[in-house]
Design a protein around this ligand. Sequence first.
Ligand SMILES: [Zn+2]
Length: 58
Amino acid sequence: MTTTPDPDMKPGDEAEPGTPGAGEDLCETCGGSGKLADGKQCPECEGTGRVMRGIGGG
Ligand SMILES: [Zn+2]
């Protein structure tokens, strides 16, 4: 267990890129647009509109 954030992970990511069983999904915070309602970059997906979701996990 580490408290150091992985630089490859975004706040909204549930799994590291390339993690078996995980896949990209639309960011629920910005709806996949990468921007918030006020035009600012979405902090969850960092403007990509997509986050990594754990699939098949608990
Ligand atoms: Zn987002």
